[in-house]
Design a binder for this molecule. Structure first.
Ligand SMILES: [Zn+2]
Length: 326
């Protein structure tokens, strides 16, 4: 069941963005880049626009992967709290709105690949309709021989692949007639095009929060924080900041009914090719800005959509509270 405060479909996101633009333009700026498939990829700035940005603390929040919709729903619900004082289902804002708007500039990128989101067969993955194998075949496309998921690459060209999936995986973003990228692993994605644009505009970003979901197969846990794969090589102040920030989110999750976060906080454990994608794409940014990743369970009855959304909201709220404090 889709929770009452859940908005993730691109048509609903676009309509809500238009409403906010209409009603809250003094504290809300909506900008979009059009992805190849024609959908707007939003960067939504929330701040008191009458106050100079120079002294504000700055946070970017983004969601790269189209098969992970809860971070969209969470960002939309947090934005609504900051703009209207209420969640979509009428709970009072958990923030000191006036202070957040005065002291912070927050850019939300609720969905870096709306075309992928639009092609998903469900609004939320709750584990009731698709096995993980079926879900993963939606994510990367079904391999024509096995029916199981196709491969994970940073970019592919449909003229050059010997075997193509029978249906394009929703995680891949089309960037021209023939090429498709994994948004978190290639600089040609709308995600990275937006991040580079935000970095061109200002170089004083305090934090970046990357929101994800994963399946936690054979694990009793349903949430975890991940540090950058290059964590051990980062400047000490960034290491300390990221470690404390991630710990605060894990501690906050511990207060949520149904949450079972992994207590240990570690750097991303990929090796070989997958690690190389991250080093190539993110290595330079990791040296400059504290960036942490949250992962909430997807496609499991253990973590229903309302809890998926809640845990993402708590990660965002904890990050904004830290932004105000540190
Ligand atoms: Zn992801």
């Amino acid at each position: 069941m889709i929770p009452p405060a859940w908005i993730s479909r691109p048509d609903e996101v676009n309509a809500q963005v238009a409403r906010w633009q209409e009603e809250h333009s003094e504290i809300f700026l909506a900008e979009s880049r059009r992805q190849f498939a024609g959908y707007p990829v939003w960067a939504l700035t929330v701040t008191d626009r009458s106050i100079d940005d120079a002294g504000k603390r700055k946070l970017t929040i983004y969601k790269p992967h189209a098969h992970e919709p809860a971070p969209i729903a969470a960002q939309m619900n947090v934005i609504n709290q900051l703009l209207t004082g209420e969640t979509f289902d009428g709970r009072a804002s958990e923030f000191d709105n006036e202070r957040v708007l005065r002291e912070c500039l927050i850019v939300f990128m609720p969905d870096a690949n709306p075309e992928g989101t639009a092609r998903a067969p469900v609004e939320a993955w709750d584990g009731s309709e698709y096995t993980n194998d079926e879900f993963w075949a939606w994510m990367r496309g079904p391999d024509p021989e096995t029916g199981l998921m196709w491969k994970r690459v940073d970019i592919y060209d449909d003229r050059e692949e010997e075997v193509l999936p029978t249906r394009r995986g929703i995680v891949y973003e089309q960037i021209d007639e023939h090429r498709f990228v994994e948004p978190n692993r290639h600089h040609a994605s709308s995600l990275f095009q937006w991040i580079f644009e935000l970095l061109r505009r200002r170089d004083d970003w305090s934090m970046m929060l990357s929101l994800h979901q994963t399946e936690f197969v054979n694990s009793p846990h349903n949430a975890m924080m991940i540090l950058p794969c290059l964590y051990d090589e980062l400047p000490e102040d960034i290491q300390r900041y990221e470690r404390e920030w991630a710990q605060e989110i894990v501690d906050a999750w511990g207060q949520v009914a149904g949450a079972n976060p992994i207590p240990e906080i570690k750097p991303l454990g990929y090796s070989d090719e997958q690690r190389r994608y991250f080093v190539d794409c993110w290595g330079d940014l990791y040296q400059r800005i504290p960036i942490v990743t949250s992962e909430i369970q997807n496609n499991s009855p253990c973590t229903p959509p309302a809890l998926q959304q809640r845990l993402n909201e708590v990660a965002i709220r904890t990050s904004i509270e830290r932004l105000l404090r540190v």
